[in-house]
Design a protein around this ligand. Structure first.
Ligand code: M6R
Length: 602
């Protein structure tokens, strides 16, 4: 939520920041702004709307400078407009700040400063940071920033500039991500790697309450006592191709198409020697009497599928909880509980909160994360990485698929250790896993039918996703995908549960997407399909079995696959369906309304 970037170096900061903001736009896209040192004053441009609006403004005002900060906003306090956009300046315009996060005590700080006669111009919580910093500034920016950090409650990643110290850019963070990139050509701060990937692969992941002082020719780190910290940069393995559309109309379609490769790499990274295998092997699963999977959104729905696989293979009871619920429900967790947290970004505020709550209560935490160096990756007791690479579209696709396959392997390895499956079964299941990338390719090779069906579904008012057992588990993700990018109401429902109430909503023309990949439940879900068809519904049947198509029943036939791993194939069909519905509606697929990629607020 919100993206920040900063640059100091020999080049003009403006194009570097604008380019970086475009790569961060997935984090928020209500408004954007930039500030650079330009002679004796800040050159500032801010605009409501997308980065393109800011670019148009910059074409008029023509600012440039070698040091600058930029911001793309997802509004929390104050509507998206030019004034509420970042950067925010102190009253005397000597301090400029970009902020990602939420300042919980901003009201108290604002009241105190207003009593001292300081005038505020915006409705944001972020403006208090600039005002307070300017108020504290007494010739040493680091002193002022430390005082500000001590006064703030909440979360923040900050880029700060001061007119009196024009050769530096300062950064500090707490509970929100911030990286520092270094290169011969200059140095950077950013919320995420893609923003600076064209310039450098050498980055520092900042820790909470560390201060970075960036100059054109180097970066120094300090703690809150102003003592220097010695750090070594890490080398990023992500490539530029991963962060580009590569000829596809949308990142989402590109990321859907990348899934066979992502599956292959995640499987290889997890089965072969390396960090993932070490994490899995070193965890003694026999120590635990309970497993909880906690996460948000799609990551949580990967957990719902994981529950079915774990329970079937490990014979251990698994609970799945939305992180936002888990953290405040006084959860029953102790040192015999394994808490698995799943997150693409590794920075989702609720998931971090849930993980910390679990740790506080004595649980062991195992994280499945995509972003290396993210808060969750660093704080969990054990971490395994999905190999999805940068996922730019707000709607998760390839990261979700990588989470699924990692959860399958985790379940197989734990079952093996617990002795609930024998070697022959293990070998059979691993062989099935190894075949998934090829089968995913088969699904992706036949998209025409789904595309056509989706084109005929754009006027649906409400869509029901039904399934039984693991097919029910994956229907949640199918439903979420459709909602978030096509704005069509949808619900995931257990096939057998429809008749207990929800079937009242079925009438002529309603679309039901039925998932049927469990051979022993095929007859049962088919009965549910007949029940809805006889009440006027039309059905898109996503199945590993053949069936006769009628004017009311259309089939998406999937390759044969072990039912436990079938969500990896059915979800691709569901992603494509949602994608093509949204594409046919002409919607902004990669940046759906009201959403942001990384939800760093509660
Ligand atoms: O980065 P995370 O995996 O922790 O994000 C969790 C959710 O915010 C995320 O999955 C969200 O639901 C996506 N928009 C789903 O497509």
């Amino acid at each position: 939520m919100c993206g920040i970037i900063g640059y100091t170096g020999k080049r003009d900061a403006v194009p570097i920041i604008i380019e970086g903001l475009k790569r961060l736009e997935y984090r928020g896209y209500d408004s954007a702004g930039i500030a650079v040192y330009a002679d004796e004053a800040f050159g500032v441009a801010k605009r409501k709307g997308r980065i393109a609006e800011l670019e148009a403004e910059l074409a008029k005002v023509n600012i440039s400078g070698n040091v600058g900060i930029g911001h793309t906003r997802w509004a929390t306090h104050g509507e998206p407009n030019d004034v509420n956009s970042h950067p925010h300046l102190g009253e005397k315009s000597r301090i400029a700040v970009v902020h990602n996060g939420i300042i919980e005590n901003y009201k108290q700080i604002k009241d105190t400063l207003e009593q001292k006669g300081i005038k505020f111009v915006s409705q944001t919580d972020s403006e208090v940071i600039a005002q307070l910093c300017e108020h504290y500034y007494d010739g040493d920016l680091m002193d002022a920033v430390i005082k500000v950090a001590n006064a703030l409650e909440g979360s923040y990643a900050l880029g700060i500039m001061c007119l009196d110290e024009p050769d530096i850019l300062m950064a500090i963070k707490k509970d929100n991500p911030l990286i520092v990139g270094i290169s011969d050509d200059g140095n950077f701060i950013a919320s995420d790697v893609p923003a600076i990937l064209p310039h450098t692969k050498q980055v520092h992941y900042m820790n909470d309450k560390e201060i970075a002082i960036l100059r054109a020719d180097g970066v120094d780190f300090f703690n809150m006592q102003k003592e220097p910290i010695v750090r070594k940069p890490e080398t990023i393995t992500w490539t530029m191709e991963g962060a580009e559309k590569g000829g596809y109309p949308h990142f989402m379609l590109k990321e859907i198409m990348e899934q066979p490769r992502v599956l292959k790499e995640t499987i290889a990274n997890t089965l072969m020697d390396g960090a993932n295998k070490t994490a899995i092997d070193s965890l003694d699963i026999s120590h635990f009497n309970k497993v909880i999977i906690t996460a948000c959104g799609s990551a949580c729905y990967a957990g719902v599928v994981g529950k079915y696989v774990f329970e079937r293979l490990c014979r251990i009871s698994v609970e799945v909880e939305f992180a936002s619920e888990f953290r405040y429900k006084d959860p029953i967790v102790d040192d015999k509980t394994l808490v698995i947290v799943v997150s693409q970004s590794g920075e989702t505020a609720d998931t971090i909160g849930a993980m910390r709550e679990a740790k506080k209560r004595g649980a062991t935490t195992f994280a499945i994360v995509n972003v290396i160096g993210s808060a969750i990756a660093r704080e969990a007791d054990y971490t395994a990485y999905t190999a999805a690479g940068p996922e730019i579209a707000v709607a998760s696709t390839k990261a979700f698929s990588a989470q699924l396959v990692l959860l399958y392997i985790l379940a197989i390895r734990f079952a093996q250790k617990l002795g609930t499956i024998d070697d022959a079964k293990t070998a059979e299941l691993i062989a099935e896993i190894n075949n998934l990338p090829e089968k995913a390719t088969e699904v992706l090779d036949h998209t025409d039918y789904i595309q056509k069906y989706a084109a005929g579904s754009i006027n649906s008012k409400s869509v029901f996703f039904i399934g039984r057992n693991i097919d029910y588990a994956i229907s949640f993700e199918g439903s979420l995908k459709l909602k978030e990018i096509s704005y069509i109401h949808s619900e995931a429902y257990a096939g057998g549960e429809l008749k207990h109430g929800t079937i009242a909503l079925i009438e002529e023309g309603v679309l039901v997407v039925a998932i049927a990949c469990c051979p022993n439940l095929y007859g049962k879900i088919f009965s549910n399909v007949e029940q809805v068809i006889s009440r006027g519904a039309r059905v898109l049947f996503v199945s590993t079995e053949d069936t006769k198509q009628t004017d009311k029943l259309s089939l998406v036939k999937l390759p044969q696959v072990h039912e436990l791993f079938s969500p990896s194939l059915s979800v691709i069909a569901l992603q494509l369906f949602s994608y093509y519905v949204a594409a046919n509606k002409g919607l902004d697929i990669d940046k759906p309304r009201n959403l942001a990629k990384s939800v760093t607020v509660e």
